[in-house]
Structure formats: C-alpha cells, structure tokens
Design a binder for this molecule. Structure first.
Ligand code: PMP
Length: 289
C-alpha cells in the first residue's frame, strides 16, 4: 500500500474546501494526535466504478459513534463528497477513498477522552493502482486480535492498526506478505489487513464474525455473491490447522478486493476455481452486472 509522505495525486475535503496534496489538518494539541481518537473507512474506485461506496461511507459513522465521537455528516452527505472528490480525477482512475473522523479537543468532563463536540471530518482520495491478482504468501502471527473488552473492535479505528502492523512486520521479516491472525481464544480471525477464506472439498469456509475482527464489507459482498451463484459458504469457527489442510485460500478487502493466497507457511497453493469465481463475480457486481 502506498500511504503517507510521498503523496500521489491526492485531494482532501476539509471544512468546506478541497485541498490538494497532504494538507496539515491536525496539530500537536489535537486530541487524535495525542491519544489516537480517530476512525476511518476505505473504499476503492477503479475502471469507472466504486463498488459498495455507500456501505463504506455509512460505516465510518458507526465507527465514530463506537469510539465516542459524534458524526458531523450523514452517510448520504459523505457519499456525495466521495463522488465530488472522484470527479477531480480521471474517470477510470484507481483511487483509495478514505473518509475519516477524529477528536480535536480534550473533553474537560472526561479523563483522557475526546470532546465529541470537537469531532472533525475529512474526505481524502488519492491515486492508488489496483494490485494484479498475482497472489500473496501468509504465515501465522504470534500476535492476536483483541476482543471488544480490550479494544474498540466494533470500529474501524486507527488505534487498532499498530497491532495489525506488528503482525504484518513479523510476517514480512519471515519472508511473507501478510499474517494470519488468531483471536484471543486461538481461533482464526483474519489477516493483518483483510478477511480470509479457505476452501476444503468444494466448501467455502470463513471465520464466523465474532466481534473481534472487522467482518468486512468485501467479505459480506463476496459471501452474498458466491451464495447467489449457488456456492455454499459456511461461516464457522476455524482453527489454524484447518487452514493448513485447505485446498484453496483467498483474502477479501476493499484495497485488493479478492486476492489468492498462493503460499501458506511451507505449502504452495494454486489460485483455485472458487477464488477465480469469487473474483469474477465481484468484478461483474462492481460493473453493475
Ligand atoms: N480486516 C482488516 C484489518 C482491514 O483493515 C480490512 C480492510 N480495511 C478488512 C478486514 C476488510 O474490510 P473491508 O472489506 O470492509 O474493506
């Protein structure tokens, strides 16, 4: 993923204006800078379409509420801003579309909390090429997903990501692209940056949503598309050992959509027929088919 300092063509809507590049929006006294109260969502535009943009724009409001922020825009208004932003780029540009909320001021009535009345919003879009589905390698992480008792796992909150990042870093240092992360009970949750599926004897399996991980919009869409196409998808508790015996594995997420996993630990896997079906169904859906 390309984030941060080297800014590709990028636009941000903030406080009624579109700003180019990477404008400084928060300062050292901002609550989010200090204590991490920020949430975001991520959608994609590519080939002239932006699948499930509406769901991503609505989810950011739910995430804000879950960390004690007060959404300042309705979901529909966020969708309109995303569409307005898209028009600043070429029609078929590959974009990452990221609405975000953060807390600006400390709440004087609440130790360490952000004042909900100081909630700020920005809509940022930048050019980010879609990844070719060449496949990724995955290894088990020793780090775990927290549960709702430990972290705001019901939000797409920025504060969750340093944990995901250390799992990703550990995987990279072992020579893999991504990490399979377990929950606190030792069941498979997801990858560091996407949801995970496996196929065994023709049955598609994915961890049941249990509140510890982001049960993604792309995951839900993929399950729905596969089921409508007559493929059984079972959401259930899955163990690491189940994945070691998988015939196929693939990931889902807004950024890379449906991506084959072509190595899991020492096992080399082929991008299989279910993966290919899921990816084709997703692209057909994205193009309104
Ligand atoms: N899990 C994590 C940790 C993620 O960061 C993402 C992508 N943002 C997902 C799952 C996939 O979610 P979605 O399909 O809603 O993008």
């Amino acid at each position: 993923m390309s984030h941060g300092n080297e800014v590709p063509m990028s636009w941000t809507w903030y406080d009624g204006r579109w700003l180019e590049g990477n404008p400084p929006l928060i300062g050292p006294r901002s609550h989010a800078f200090w204590l991490g109260t920020s949430v975001f969502d991520g959608a994609r535009a590519f080939e002239g379409v932006a699948p499930d943009l509406d769901r991503h724009c609505h989810r950011v409001n739910a995430s804000a509420l879950a960390v004690g922020l007060a959404p300042t825009l309705r979901g529909e208004e966020i969708i309109e801003l995303a569409e307005e932003g898209r028009r600043r780029f070429a029609r078929d540009a590959a974009l990452y579309i990221r609405p975000s909320y953060w807390g600006e001021l400390d709440d004087p009535t609440l130790v360490i909390g952000a004042d909900p009345a100081s909630t700020r919003f920005a809509m940022t879009l930048w050019e980010a090429p879609m990844h070719e589905p060449t496949g990724i390698s995955v290894t088990l992480s020793r780090f775990r997903r927290p549960s709702l008792e430990c972290m705001p796992t019901n939000a797409k909150a920025s504060c969750l990501y340093p944990n995901n990042a250390r799992a990703a870093r550990e995987a990279r240092d072992k020579g893999f692209d991504n990490a399979l992360v377990l929950d606190l009970l030792g069941n498979v949750a997801e990858l560091a940056s996407a949801n995970v599926f496996m196929v065994k004897d023709g049955v598609v399996l994915t961890p049941a949503a249990n509140g510890t991980y982001l049960a993604g919009i792309t995951r839900a869409r993929t399950i729905d598309l596969l089921r409508k196409a007559g493929t059984a998808v079972v959401e259930k508790t899955l163990r690491y050992e189940d994945f070691l015996e998988a015939d196929e594995m693939f990931s889902t997420g807004n950024y890379t959509k449906v991506m084959p996993i072509i190595r899991f630990e020492h096992r080399v896997l082929e991008p299989g027929p279910v993966y290919r079906l899921a990816r084709r169904l997703y692209w057909d859906f994205a193009h309104g088919g």
